[in-house]
Write a protein that binds this ligand. Structure first.
Ligand SMILES: *Cc1c(COP(=O)(O)O)cnc(C)c1O
Length: 337
């Protein structure tokens, strides 16, 4: 099966499994797991931060970060379509007593500074939640957020005494696509959450990086949230393997996404709305959404309609260039009928 539903569908390779099997482990809640410590240190180093903390998921990593930055009755500024607002079950409000203040995105995915300024609440007025944090996301729907904007937004946030967090689930894709280092992209932020379970190909895991003080705060919340894991070096070994072997190759996923976009654009019946890093956004007429999905599945291609007829197709390390050509051929065969 060729699976373009998401880059979360990757399976650990034989070499990654071998690294997992060979991992030295200990009880990480007691600080005894050398593989987890290596992963945390290496990720922090790559991101140019003082410390790192391993989490089972990116959702928990983002939540612990928000809780490390904000207390009860505080709020964070966040994109209306950001993962940390829309796709994490309202965790910041539900579990953190932190109110999100959503802000509309500009076309490029950024949150306009004027809108951020208008959303910040007056200090010392008990009518309002205390605005404490700006949370951004990069890549956002596959797009690399312009670094000039990020630098400006972070400086603006600091001027207003806000912390700055990045949901960098796919920051490695942003680094490879922009030719900047991960550290350059992370530099404007106090904390960054990085996913290993997406295009990097590990089965689970995210690392939150940041200052020692914020990471210690997040460590406390990780335990409270049920994320204190024991011999998690088995999992950290997969993430370490991914960090050492699977970052540069993201360029191939980006090239494959561009190839997929070009191929699909040739087909009458498919509208390609755009592509960025490892994602391609397409739509078909609503009546073709479900039958196309069924045809594709029968032919060995998994795709996931998002809103009936609009689709996000995602490339990753289990999809080859030949798989891309095969996928285009499967779309073509449907519309040739
Ligand atoms: C996947 C993802 C996360 C974290 O998701 P988990 O499934 O909890 O690891 C966070 N932000 C973005 C943008 C993501 O794509």
């Amino acid at each position: 099966m060729i699976d373009l539903r998401s880059d979360t569908v990757t399976r650990p390779s034989a070499a990654m499994r071998a690294a997992m099997a060979a991992a030295e482990v200990g009880d990480d809640v007691m600080g005894d797991d050398p593989s987890v410590q290596r992963l945390q240190a290496l990720t922090a180093e790559r991101a140019g931060k003082a410390a790192g903390l391993f989490f089972p998921t990116g959702t928990q990593s983002n939540l612990a970060a928000i809780m490390a930055h904000c207390g009860r009755g505080d709020e964070y500024l966040v994109g209306q379509l950001a993962h940390t607002y829309k796709y994490e079950g309202g965790g910041a409000a539900v579990l953190g007593s932190v109110q999100p203040q959503p802000v509309e995105h500009a076309e490029d995915g950024s949150l306009p500074i004027a809108k951020l300024a208008a959303a910040i609440k007056p200090v010392d007025d008990p009518h309002y939640a205390r605005t404490r944090l700006l949370a951004l996301e990069n890549t956002f729907h596959g797009k690399v957020i312009p670094q000039d904007y990020i630098v400006e937004a972070a400086a603006f946030a600091r001027k207003h005494d806000l912390g700055v967090h990045l949901d960098g689930a796919r920051v490695c894709n942003a680094a490879v696509a922009s030719g900047k280092t991960i550290a350059e992209l992370c530099a404007p932020f106090d904390t960054v959450s990085i996913c290993f379970s997406k295009g990097l190909g590990a089965p689970v895991g995210s690392v939150l990086v940041g200052s020692r003080a914020l990471i210690e705060g997040a460590r406390r919340w990780r335990k409270v949230l049920g994320g204190g894991m024991r011999q998690s070096g088995v999992l950290a070994a997969a993430a370490l393997y991914a960090l050492e072997n699977n970052v540069d190759r993201l360029a191939q996923d980006h090239a494959n996404a561009a190839r997929l976009a070009r191929g699909l654009a040739q087909i009458d019946g498919v509208t390609v709305h755009g592509h960025a890093t490892n994602m391609v956004f397409v739509s078909v007429a609503p009546e073709h959404g479900a039958p196309l999905g069924a045809h594709a599945k029968e032919q060995g291609l998994m795709i996931k309609p998002v809103y009936g007829a609009a689709m996000r197709l995602v490339t990753h390390l289990d999809v080859s260039e030949a798989d891309i050509d095969r996928s285009v051929a499967i779309f073509k065969s449907y519309f040739a009928k």
